[in-house]
Design a protein around this ligand. Sequence first.
Ligand SMILES: [Zn+2]
Length: 152
Amino acid sequence: MPSRRSTAAVLATVTALAVPAAAAADAAPAPTGGLTPQLTAAFQNARSHAQREGVALWITSGKRSWAEQDQMWREGIRTYGSPAVARRWVLPPGESSHVTGRAIDVGPLAGAQWLARTGPRWGLCRTYANEWWHFEVAPTPCPRMRPDAAHH
Ligand SMILES: [Zn+2]
């Protein structure tokens, strides 16, 4: 049985964990292999334009193995207390675009904000309103963002 916790304690925990470690603004660059050719090309285009404009931009989490995503999913359930809440931030491996190489998380924050504005030029779209770091290839104009990963 989960222990009873005060609302304040739960809120403090949720706030502290609202940005998953893999997507923290200061997260280090991650390997870029394993992404679809479309996503690789789109990101390379975006990054070279960012460099020309003096904007730092890198991938903090790209392709993930099934096992890596499964571990994140299990940690998410532990962190958020239930699969239903965890799904807002992390999906099971069978549903994550990171496992199929069709999603990237980028940083730092300023770079992600730049990409949210300019990404549609290369078909790169922010997917979720609650994840400023998460981008996928999509037909432009970009579809409306979903509130979070729990909403399809
Ligand atoms: Zn992501």
